[in-house]
Design a protein around this ligand. Structure first.
Ligand code: ZN
Length: 284
């Protein structure tokens, strides 16, 4: 299934994209796609409802705004330097263990919403990423069982302000958490929709020019390894997001570095997870 949320910001309603491309509302079976939904067998309920009653469901208006396909999760755990070529362009060593950092959940926004350049920002950068949505509580999970805790996958642009991230002391979280810095979607693809999550082409363009073009085949630490590894340090709750890192081609890695300004347009996609498009806007 492909899960969407649609409507005005903060008032999104849940829906589905059907295999034929039609979009239907699922409010009659799901209050929202959030921790309570995933943690209570919501996906199984939704699949049953779709088979029995889906044909009678209301259609999502064509012009409806797409929101993030998940109601605010307890956390976004990000993985740094998880593609060899990106570690190299960042001038960092290939990590021996996954590098983890947090991104504030208030940064989450819709896949095609404007991205706001924060006050005092000068180095806003892009990062196309495969993000994992947790489906079942995970604590001390073995790698062999890790995928049983995954509900599905979603496209993420891990926007970063490099001066906040790298020049202001402390941890990366300052440069990762600004409002609108986590566009998610267009949809969550449930795990069964993706044949091999480690064979997905991913790409990103700025103003029509390709900047990132790689494959999840290049991940240093794969999805089961990440779920298992992170669960050794914290409990992952249903709905939580793990963003698995970005390949080479970010603005920081160019010489000279190239950062985003008001009016720039960023498009990105992952095979099987759709595409998204964001316009950069100055803060006012
Ligand atoms: Zn990232």
């Amino acid at each position: 299934m492909k899960l969407i949320r649609f409507g005005a910001p903060g008032r999104e309603r849940p829906g589905l994209i059907l295999p034929d491309g039609r979009r239907i509302e699922t409010s009659s079976v799901a209050a929202d796609y959030d921790e309570a939904f995933f943690g209570s067998g919501g996906l199984e309920r939704l699949a049953r409802w779709l088979a029995e009653d889906g044909a009678a469901a209301p259609v999502v208006p064509d012009d409806a705004r797409l929101g993030p396909p998940i109601g605010r999760p307890s956390k976004i755990v990000c993985v740094g330097l998880n593609y060899r070529d990106h570690a190299r362009e960042s001038g960092m060593a290939i990590p021996d263990e996954p590098v983890l950092f947090f991104k504030a959940t208030t940064a989450i926004t819709g896949p095609n919403d404007d991205v706001i350049i924060p006050k005092n920002a000068s180095k806003v950068d892009w990062e196309v990423e495969l993000a994992v949505v947790i489906g079942r509580r995970a604590a001390y999970v073995e790698r062999a069982k890790a995928l049983e805790h995954v509900a599905g996958y979603v496209l993420h642009n891990d926007y970063s302000e490099r001066a906040f991230q790298l020049e202001r002391g402390g941890q990366w979280v300052k440069g990762k958490s600004c409002d609108t810095f986590a566009p998610l979607g267009p949809f969550i693809a449930t795990r069964d929709e993706i044949r091999d999550v480690h064979e997905l082409p991913l790409w990103l363009k700025v103003n029509g020019v390709t900047q990132q073009c790689s494959s999840t085949r290049e991940l240093i630490f794969d999805v089961p390894t990440l779920v298992s590894y992170i669960s050794q340090f914290m409990t992952l709750l249903p709905g939580d997001i793990i963003s698995t890192g970005t390949p080479s081609g970010v603005g920081l890695g160019q010489s000279p570095p190239r950062y985003l300004v008001d009016g720039d347009e960023v498009e990105l996609g992952i095979e099987g997870l759709g595409t998204a498009r964001q316009r950069l806007r100055a803060s006012r």
